[in-house]
Design a protein around this ligand. Structure first.
Ligand SMILES: Cc1ncc(COP(=O)(O)O)c(C=O)c1O
Length: 400
């Protein structure tokens, strides 16, 4: 740890609310590489928690932000913003949702907007309850906490926002049993991220879609983590072939520039009208420029194809190298959203990797979560496999 970290940490501890506990510091990044304050180089398989999907300091995004920042940064949504409809059109066209988009600044804010939309739609027929999933994560605001299917995040912040209940994920009978004449929406992640990289079953999603159609319930999909190319398709639902009524995006949508979005299909695209919802910073020209650069990279740089290819390679290699360890239950995931599932806490494995200069994440206590940039090279994939193999060997000795 360098002097810069120590000086910064001292100030951090005095002046920043203790909601985070950073133990190290990165000062520079380039694609899947990070450098700490001592000049050490790291392989990054966390991407700022699935945010920098085009890698750190992607040139397209950097240029777009630099150029737009000299032209117009912010004007408020009281005035027409040249780039917002261009970005909205791009997202709508690529998704095939034939709908409309609302822009905001984060995943939780996008989910709040989606929840408001669902309640507005449902209240017209006296329904305002939302069913979400056990083990899900939807954000830290009060409504998104209520939708989140892990109690620990809500503890201490009671009373819970009313109108939410959870059912087991991937269990259509449990969902059917929970639906009442008050239900207006079902909310889920097609691949649960924080909960432990759990993909939904295609048959389950089709059954959810059919149930929602039958009962005029909205199918809401939180694509904050699993969307925007992470699964190898631009939108997560495209991987499963099941079209939701509303989706949310954030994290990778602008490769690290803060942005969130709610996209609603035609049926509910005009539910929120003038004055019903707003966000001062939502969809600034600067954020839109960054997000348009991300879309351009998807179109021109083979990002999605690379995600499929490297995801397949990594999952196969990880399955191969983990097979001999009884404490590894399985390797799961889709595209470049990968979980190495252990039968014990995964934090120590992630720490071993960090010592070997590879940044990873955990999810749901026992899962080592790997979400590298979608632009990862084969060379870096191989390096990652070698580092994980070495860490597993050490981990096996430690847990003996
Ligand atoms: C699926 C999902 N939804 C919502 C959020 C909240 O996003 P944000 O932290 O941008 O509010 C997250 C963050 O991890 C997430 O993974």
């Amino acid at each position: 740890m360098g002097k810069l970290f120590e000086d910064t940490a001292r100030k951090f501890n005095s002046y920043v609310m203790p909601t985070y506990n950073p133990q190290m510091m990165f000062v520079r990044g380039e694609n899947a590489r990070l450098w700490d304050d001592d000049g050490n180089e790291y392989l990054d398989f966390a991407s700022g928690i699935a945010v920098c999907s085009l890698g750190h300091c992607n040139k397209r995004v950097a240029d777009a932000v630099a150029e737009q920042s000299r032209k117009l940064v912010h004007i408020s949504n009281l005035y027409m913003n040249e780039l917002m409809p261009v970005l909205a059109e791009k997202l709508v066209t690529e998704s095939g949702m034939d709908g409309k988009v609302f822009f905001c600044n984060s995943g939780a804010e996008a989910n709040e907007g989606m929840i408001k939309l669902a309640r507005k739609y449902g209240n017209a027929t006296g329904r305002n309850e939302i069913i979400s999933m056990d083990n899900s994560f939807h954000g830290r605001t009060l409504a998104t906490l209520a939708a989140t299917g892990r109690k620990k995040y809500r503890q201490g912040f009671e009373p819970d926002t009313p109108g939410f209940k959870q059912v087991p994920f991937n269990d259509i009978e449990a969902l059917k049993a929970a639906v009442t004449d008050k239900t207006c929406a079902v909310m889920l992640e097609m691949v649960q991220g924080e909960g432990g990289v759990y993909p939904a079953d295609v048959e389950y999603l089709k059954a959810v879609r059919a149930l929602c159609d039958e009962k005029d319930i909205l199918m809401l999909c939180d694509e904050v983590q699993c969307g925007m190319g992470r699964l190898g398709t631009r939108f997560a639902f495209q991987k499963f072939g099941v079209m939701p009524d509303v989706i949310t995006m954030a994290k990778a949508i602008a490769n690290g520039f803060p942005m969130g979005a709610v996209m609603a299909a035609k049926k509910v695209a005009d539910v929120l009208t003038v004055g019903m919802h707003a966000s001062t910073f939502g969809g600034t020209p600067l954020a839109c420029a960054a997000a348009l650069a991300v879309q351009e990279a998807f179109d021109k740089d083979g990002v999605l194809e690379n995600c499929e290819k490297e995801g397949e390679f990594l999952r196969a290699e990880l399955t191969r190298i983990t097979g001999k360890y009884p404490f590894v239950k399985c390797v799961r995931g889709m595209g470049l959203m990968i979980g190495v599932v252990l039968d014990r806490p995964a934090g120590a494995l992630s720490t071993l990797l960090l010592k070997d200069k590879m940044v990873t994440l955990t999810a749901g206590e026992t899962v080592l979560r790997l979400v590298p940039p979608l632009t990862i090279t084969r060379e870096d994939s191989c390096l990652a496999v070698a580092k994980i193999a070495a860490a597993l060997e050490k981990f096996a000795l430690e847990v003996k």
